[in-house]
Design a protein around this ligand. Structure first.
Ligand code: HEC
Length: 157
């Protein structure tokens, strides 16, 4: 018999029933908890709602001049934040491509970025596009402009 959670057992049978009830609850928890955890920890879809690029984004002029230091920094950031999809050399063969079913272009092919302005590339890196996450929260604008120079330098001359 239980009164507000405090149980006294009048018989062995009642005790056994109570133990069984607790057992069943624990047993159920064993299944419910991991699946709840799984859903809680499931990777979120990158939050990149594809809003159309504002017309003036494309006409922005790159305000930074590249230096060996800024390009060395861009390379480090690229290898951390971009290479897993675009590939270390930019060939579009990063480790995540198969798992995420990505369709990648080859940044080492001069044709890939030929018709994109610096402003367009800046906008994509800053805001993300489709399955590509935004870099905007992690890098300052100057860093992103240096990244534009860096991704252009990946093409095979
Ligand atoms: C999760 C994988 C992923 C990561 C990480 C990623 N990208 Fe992308 N990127 C993509 C995909 C997919 C596209 C094509 C998007 C589209 O057109 O829908 C793309 C497009 C681009 C484009 C436009 C040209 C093209 O290839 O379509 C540039 C430039 C670019 N990414 C640079 C970067 C840079 C720089 C970083 C790191 C700061 C980065 N990306 C991180 C997946 C990724």
């Amino acid at each position: 018999m239980c009164i507000s959670g405090v149980c006294a057992f009048y018989s062995i049978e009642e005790g056994i029933n109570f133990a069984r009830m607790i057992g069943v609850t624990m047993f159920k928890l064993l299944f419910v908890l991991p699946s709840a955890l799984f859903f809680a920890l499931m990777p979120q879809q990158p939050a990149t709602p594809d809003k159309p690029m504002p017309a003036d984004a494309a006409t922005l002029v790159n305000p930074v001049k590249s230096t060996p230091e800024s390009q060395a920094h861009a390379k480090t950031v690229y290898e951390m934040d971009c290479a897993m999809c675009h590939g270390t050399k930019g060939n579009g063969k990063g480790d995540l491509v198969a798992d995420m079913h990505l369709t990648m272009k080859d940044l080492t092919d001069p044709a890939t970025l030929k018709d994109m302005s610096d402003g367009q590339i800046f906008y994509i890196i800053k805001n993300g596009k489709g399955q590509m996450p935004a870099e905007g929260d992690r890098s300052k604008d100057d860093g992103i402009w240096n990244m534009v120079i860096y991704v252009r330098s990946l093409e095979k001359k």
